[in-house]
Design a protein around this ligand. Structure first.
Ligand SMILES: Cc1ncc(COP(=O)(O)O)c(C=O)c1O
Length: 463
């Protein structure tokens, strides 16, 4: 099997930590392991001061392990860079679709971030985590009336996606107060990312067509029940180039100018999320600070050239805020060697806790937590335990010799893993722990078999 790792660093799992000695400020999205990862004197992986193998003994397997400091650092880098480089007001929102649960919402809110939600369930979670509704934005291309009512009643801002929703909002409006909303547009900007995570090109199910913009502005400006505060666009995810977001910001400022013709006083400009992260050594995303600075500069320059006041600038990263903060620990079980073809090594989870490889052909890196200093002598295919041939977590993983009971750690699993997890094959969803300063706190309980059948109904006549 062919490995993509440079030969000189193919020594051991420690290679993923080698640059940590340099003392430079690390941007979490440019790292493979959480900032607080280290190898202890037992040659075992520690995260947030907790030994990963011990965490698995304590909380079970598979286990999501979230490093609080890495998440907080990413929040602070976004927040502080916008403060430093943008002369107007700014607000970073966390795109909570990446991982929405009470603890994650509470952490990002405590760092001053707002939250974007895409369903009633995410909204309900954010509200219950204590996030202030004036910092919550509801997205979605087919929001139900119930979801819209929950957003209106809680005082959250609604990011309106289409004509149907716009007209529904007018119907739902009461005389009490105008509904705080923004308009989502499809900017027609192409970026190089997976087809399913690209949303800004014209052939997308999301947002208004910019060709309809004047008509939309004209309609909204005649609705006293709607308080349209700004514009939103999101062009895609796992993006490494800076130019698409620069183009986007410049286009959006022009839309602001167009809105003025309709006496719409827009004050908020939201450029969405999309900054990529390092899943493998060959991924080279810009840092959080570089990306944020580029956005601030373009918006300021575009406003200056059109003689417009600076809007409040919003962005809503998901992946780059949380992906690197989390790893998933699994226990290794059976193995199967097919001579001259490959060796399958199986773990106790798979596509139900991480559907990204089977959905997007995403590539991950893994280490063996209890053998961090052992030489990477094996090339194996890491398979999940689901009844599905495509349930392959990592092809051609470089690992030390493994045996049943070893703890495999897959890196960069904080985004779109738990949030996309399922009960496929009726596997209970894993637990999640938050680690900091040597302490581990449960933030998601492991599902049980009772949970698995909790919503099942057995009609009397079948008993
Ligand atoms: C509207 C919207 N905003 C923000 C995001 C977050 O994107 P990312 O996780 O790539 O930063 C997404 C994700 O697809 C999205 O759909």
């Amino acid at each position: 099997m062919v490995s993509t790792l440079p030969v000189e660093v193919q020594s051991s799992g420690n290679q993923y930590l080698s640059q940590r000695d340099s003392g430079t400020i690390l941007s979490p999205n440019q790292e493979l392991l959480p900032l607080n990862a280290r190898v202890n004197h037992h040659n075992s992986l520690e995260i947030g001061g907790c030994d990963v193998t011990t965490l698995v003994q304590q909380f079970g397997s598979p286990l999501y392990i979230l490093d609080e400091q890495t998440l907080r650092t990413a929040c602070q880098q976004y927040r502080d860079t916008f403060k430093q480089y943008y002369k107007g007001e700014s607000q970073v929102l966390y795109a909570s679709k990446a991982w929405n649960c009470l603890a994650v919402c509470a952490i990002v809110a405590s760092e001053g971030l707002g939250i974007d939600v895409v369903s009633g369930g995410e909204l309900y979670t954010a509200l219950n985590a204590g996030v202030s509704s004036d910092k919550i934005y509801l997205h979605g291309n087919n929001k139900s009336r119930e979801e819209l009512i929950l957003a209106i009643e809680s005082g959250s801002t609604i990011v309106v996606d289409n004509w149907y929703e716009l007209k529904t909002l007018v119907e739902l409006a009461t005389t009490d107060a105008a509904i705080r909303m923004m308009l989502r547009l499809t900017p027609g900007i192409e970026c190089h990312t997976h087809e399913y995570i690209r949303t800004g090109h014209l052939d997308s199910k999301f947002g208004f067509d910019p060709n309809d913009l004047e008509e939309v502005f004209a309609f909204v400006s005649k609705q006293p029940s709607l308080n349209c505060v700004g514009l939103h666009a999101h062009i895609g995810s796992q993006i490494f180039e800076r130019q698409p977001h620069r183009d986007l910001a410049a286009v959006m400022v022009q839309w602001f100018r167009d809105a003025a013709k309709y006496d719409l006083e827009l004050t908020e400009l939201n450029v969405g999320g999309g900054l990529g992260i390092k899943y493998t050594e060959s991924d080279d995303p810009p840092s959080i600070a570089e990306w944020s600075k580029a956005i601030c500069e373009v918006v300021q320059a575009a406003c200056a050239s059109l003689n417009l006041p600076l809007p409040k600038l919003l962005c809503e990263p998901g992946r780059s805020l949380i992906a690197t903060a989390c790893v998933t620990a699994y226990t290794i079980g059976s193995a199967k060697t097919i001579p001259d073809i490959r060796t399958y090594v199986t773990i106790d989870g798979g596509m139900s806790d991480n559907p990204r490889p089977i959905t997007y052909q995403s590539v991950y890196r893994a280490v063996v937590a209890n053998k961090m200093s052992a030489s990477l002598t094996e090339t194996v295919t890491l398979a999940g335990k689901h009844c599905e041939s495509g349930d392959i977590l990592i092809k051609n993983a470089q690992l030390p010799k493994t045996e049943p009971g070893d703890i495999l750690v897959v890196m960069g699993t904080g985004a779109y893993n738990y949030s996309m997890a399922s009960n496929y094959n009726r596997l209970p969803r894993p637990a999640a722990v938050l680690v900091a300063n040597g302490e581990a706190n449960l933030i998601l309980q492991r599902e049980t078999y009772e949970d698995i059948i909790r919503q099942d109904c057995l009609p009397e006549r079948l008993k």
